[in-house]
Write a protein that binds this ligand. Structure first.
Ligand code: NCD
Length: 314
């Protein structure tokens, strides 16, 4: 197993499957009366969040706690970062505190990679700029496999603001490793220039792609990362690239609708679609905890009896 998780491309097929299978076992912990395993007792996990987050931060915190690790939550706001402390100095402070794992979210693409040079513990990328978000891709793959029974040959359509989306990039890389076929659908202005080198197809007509899709993943329009106008109006965007009830009806019967959250209801996804039985949005959040438990467990090399039920039952 690798030591850090910076990019979905760091994972071989075997690594990725090991994480998904471990998460499947660990998911059972959530169903027990006592939702805790002693696996990471005495280990320290630091959550280092330089960018706003609801789901991801809480999810990593819950995951570390369910494995009995000590958790330190650090958010840039209210810390010495606000006084201009550099990432390196913050890292050295964490190092002095003996962090076994540092989970980092940062607005600069590449920050987690940088951090690997300054800390001895494992670094987990929880989203860096517009670059990657590998645990999101893992929880998405986990959700697809649970709902549809396989990943190999699955047709996944990812729609919307690909340009600013670390979720899209990590998903394309991981899903390719796992044998799924990905098609990106977006306005040309919201596709990265290098998309032609990505291992996926590109389309511009959502209605043409939907009937062929097993999964449709809607991306948030990331207004906070936009420094120019990428489409004429929100209404126009919604009309061409938003998923409403009529469009959802074009999907095959078994197909699922995903969104990493936070959603702009009424922009990329209509409220009735988000709340429909086909939507896996809430499941994705629950699955995120199991995936992050698996990642922390495997990176920190857990104890032999990691998922052992007898020890867990004590
Ligand atoms: C995503 C992120 O932060 O990259 N959200 C998440 O982690 N659940 C996607 C987004 O912000 O749109």
């Amino acid at each position: 197993m690798i030591r850090h998780l910076i990019s979905a491309a760091d994972l071989s097929r075997d690594d990725a499957l090991l994480i998904l299978d471990t998460a499947e076992e660990l998911a059972q912990v959530a169903e027990r009366p006592i939702r805790k395993l002693p696996t990471l007792r005495g280990r320290t996990v630091v959550n280092l969040f330089y960018e706003d987050s609801t789901r991801t931060r809480i999810s990593f915190e819950a995951a570390a706690k369910r494995l009995s690790a000590d958790v330190i939550n650090f958010s840039a706001r209210g810390s010495s970062v606000a006084k201009g402390e550099s990432l390196k100095d913050t890292a050295l402070t964490l190092e002095a505190m003996g962090a076994d794992a540092v989970v980092v979210r940062h607005s600069a693409s590449g920050a987690p990679h940088r951090l690997t040079r300054w800390v001895r513990g494992s670094v987990v990328n929880a989203g860096d700029g517009t670059h990657e978000h590998p645990t999101q891709a893992l929880l998405d793959a986990f959700t697809m496999r649970r709902r549809l029974g396989r990943l190999d040959g699955l047709r996944v359509t990812i729609v919307g603001d690909v340009l600013h989306s670390r979720v899209a990039r990590s998903n394309v890389l991981l899903l390719r490793t796992l044998g799924a076929e990905v098609t990106l659908v977006a306005p040309p202005t919201l596709l990265p220039i290098a998309v032609s080198t990505w291992p996926c197809e590109v389309g511009y007509d959502l209605d043409a792609e939907l009937p062929k899709s097993d999964v449709v993943m809607m991306l948030r329009v990331q207004a906070e990362r936009m420094n120019a106008a990428y489409f004429p109006t929100v209404r126009e965007y919604s009309r061409r690239y938003g998923l409403d009830g009529n469009r959802m009806a074009l999907l095959p019967e078994h197909a699922i609708v995903m969104h990493p959250g936070p959603m702009n209801r009424g922009v990329e996804i209509a409220a009735d679609v988000a709340d429909s039985p086909r939507s896996t949005i809430v499941e994705q959040v629950a699955n995120g905890v199991s995936i992050r438990m698996a990642v922390l467990y495997l990176l920190l090399g857990g104890s032999e009896s990691g998922t052992d039920r007898t020890e867990a039952a004590r």
